[in-house]
Design a protein around this ligand. Structure first.
Ligand SMILES: [Fe+2]
Ligand SMILES: [Fe+2]
Length: 483
């Protein structure tokens, strides 16, 4: 049997799935590869393709040490196919087939649903690379630039992960879907990406950090529930992707945290107590905390929409079929079938917001979203600790789930961040207090300037506490002109 920990780097496509003995799939992937490289060069990072970037590459799936760091030109990054080791005698952990041996092949009657789940996940991966493609030009430091490119190459690898499943298990349909994953583009009016948040612009670095905190965290929740899948190859793929995903959220959380730090430090140095004295704070060349709150409001709510409608038959079917489970399914103490359970779902009843008990199977999106909100809450708490330590009197807060929603129970109504239902006029009058306005965007854009001296940082963001791979502060993470 193939040694699943060892990664084969002799083939063009590094892998631990025995590709060199699987000629058909290897050929299909080799055929797909040039289109992928074209996509990377055309819609991946704008510029910097010749730069040497200090990147980590997965060389193993051993949790104790799976990455190595080295200078790489991005188009030469070794995008590989890496599955977490197979668990002996794994069972389908939930749904109608609970307790049966996990499937190594696609369960025939659920083929279309499984394919759709893989395609939706796959579509988000290249989308974020497209959204972030212009950010290199305004990177606040080489450290940050390197982190951006690391996230980008790994999202590229996540696309490979999903394309492998499509090519290996879905024959001709899978090949067509793999092509289409390269043809849809973020924000394209004719062929957009499949989900809303992945068609939004990422215009500045604060957006990038908020995106990696909030939207990559949606990715984490989706991967966590797919990692539970009874279809074992999907489970193993997602388990390994999660190890990479953690770094993306680290980039987001520390990026926002460093922005907060710099703002509060600058306020203290200038003797400004009032965080709402926005003009004076902005004159210091830092991003005021109320604007940070607005950015968080926006990215959080766009990410909430990614969970779909609170009540969903698709989610119930995917669970019943054993394809997509719950967050930490194995740690939940219940029958893992949910046919008799209920779950409280937030609803609008006669102009009020109420929790209504709903059959648990159809409320799985709501449940995953609740788990997500709790996870976000913890991160926001860590940001607030940073503010508190500086002595500035301000707290960031996640808005109510009824606020600024495009999907689900509150898609047709407007609400304040506290969850008060508003008329259209009230909303129009207050909207700019809660979401970034054009002027806010222009101000943030005015601060975005590229800093390429090793160890130096743009004025709006504090340096990180530690370097990547324990490198010293003035380490040259990107050699932009390596000649
Ligand atoms: Fe990803
Ligand atoms: Fe990610």
């Amino acid at each position: 049997m193939h040694d699943a920990i060892h990664v084969d780097y002799d083939t063009m496509i590094p892998n631990n799935v025995g590709l060199s003995e699987d000629r058909k799939v290897l050929k299909a992937l080799e055929k797909w590869h040039p289109g992928y490289i074209d996509w990377w060069k055309g819609l991946g990072p704008d510029g910097f393709q010749e730069a040497l970037v200090y990147l980590r590459t997965a060389v193993s799936v051993d949790p104790k040490g799976w990455a190595k760091f080295d200078y790489v030109k991005m188009p030469e990054y070794r995008w590989g196919i890496l599955l977490a080791p197979q668990e002996e005698e794994r069972k389908v952990p939930f749904g109608e087939y609970k307790g049966e041996a996990a499937w190594q092949e696609v369960p025939g009657e659920h083929r279309a649903m499984l394919r759709r789940l893989i395609v939706i996940q796959g579509d988000t991966e290249p989308a974020s690379v497209e959204q972030q493609r212009h950010l290199g030009a305004t990177a606040p430091s080489l450290y940050d630039m390197r982190n951006l490119f690391q996230v980008n190459v790994e999202e590229g690898r996540h696309l490979w992960a999903m394309v492998y499943l499509l090519q290996k298990y879905f024959g001709r349909d899978g090949r067509e879907e793999s092509e289409e994953l390269l043809q849809r583009h973020s924000g394209d009016p004719d062929k957009p990406r499949m989900l809303g948040a992945f068609n939004e612009a990422t215009p500045d670095w604060l957006s990038f950090f908020m995106f990696t905190f909030f939207t990559d965290r949606d990715g984490k929740m989706q991967l966590e529930s797919l990692a539970q899948s009874g279809f074992d190859p999907l489970s193993r793929t997602c388990r390994f992707m999660l190890t990479e995903e953690a770094h993306h959220m680290f980039v987001g959380e520390t990026g926002v945290g460093r922005t907060i730090q710099r703002t509060c430090d600058a306020m203290n140095e200038a003797g400004i107590d009032d965080p709402y004295d926005i003009n004076r704070v902005r004159d210091l060349g830092v991003i005021d905390l109320p604007t940070l709150q607005k950015k968080a409001n926006m990215h959080y709510t766009l990410s909430l929409d990614l969970f779909g409608s609170e009540v969903s038959t698709n989610a119930a079917n995917a669970f019943n079929a054993g394809l997509k489970g719950r967050f930490h399914e194995s740690r939940i103490e219940d029958d893992h079938q949910l046919t008799k359970d209920t779950y409280p779902v937030v609803k609008r009843v006669n102009g009020h917001i109420e929790m209504v008990d709903t059959p648990a199977l159809s409320a799985l999106n709501m449940r995953l979203r609740d788990d997500y909100a709790r996870d976000c809450e913890k991160g926001v708490g860590r940001w607030n600790k940073i503010i508190e330590k500086t002595g500035v009197d301000f707290q960031l807060k996640l808005p109510h789930t009824a606020f600024h929603r495009g999907i689900g129970e509150f898609a047709q109504s407007e609400a304040s961040p506290d969850g008060d239902i508003l008329s259209a006029d009230e909303w129009a009058a207050r909207k700019d207090d809660w979401l970034p306005s054009k002027a806010d965007g222009d101000f943030i854009a005015s601060l975005m300037e590229q800093v390429t001296t090793p160890g130096k940082y743009a004025g709006w963001i504090a340096p990180p506490k530690v370097g990547i791979d324990n490198k010293p502060g003035d380490f040259e993470y990107v050699k932009i002109d390596p000649s």
